[in-house]
Ligand binder design. Sequence first.
Ligand SMILES: [Cu+2]
Length: 152
Amino acid sequence: MWILRLIVVLALFTVSVSVSTACQRGQQHSTVTVEIVSVEPSPPLVGPTELRFRLRDDRGQPISGLGSVEVEGTMSHAGMKPVIVQAREEGDGVFVTQGFEFTMAGDWIIIVRGTRNGQAFEARHTISGVRSGIQSPKTPGHDHGASPTPTY
Ligand SMILES: [Cu+2]
């Protein structure tokens, strides 16, 4: 019986070690943080949306001079088709999205990707509780593949 327990303990230990290694690797890459400045319309609704966000470096200083970055909006569930647009810099590290859209209600993950000093970076932020617009009976939601009714 003790050998079984030993195996379980070893397995748990291996999992926790690999998880913490992954986190450390992620942090080394991700020295850029994204802070949402504004969401238009507010509160966020399904439909065309303008996101303003600020990028900061690891010392908290606004990052300027990047020109434009890529913004991906996605959700954590399977089958989600991400929304990918460009955002252009307005100044002082603030960027504004071009043609972004929330395609369904729920909690969104905003991923910003760019290149800084020749190094690719990625930064994330969540926007929770995007609501479905009342004015959209013609858009039967979001196509998640074969199922006609999306599950939330
Ligand atoms: Cu979705």
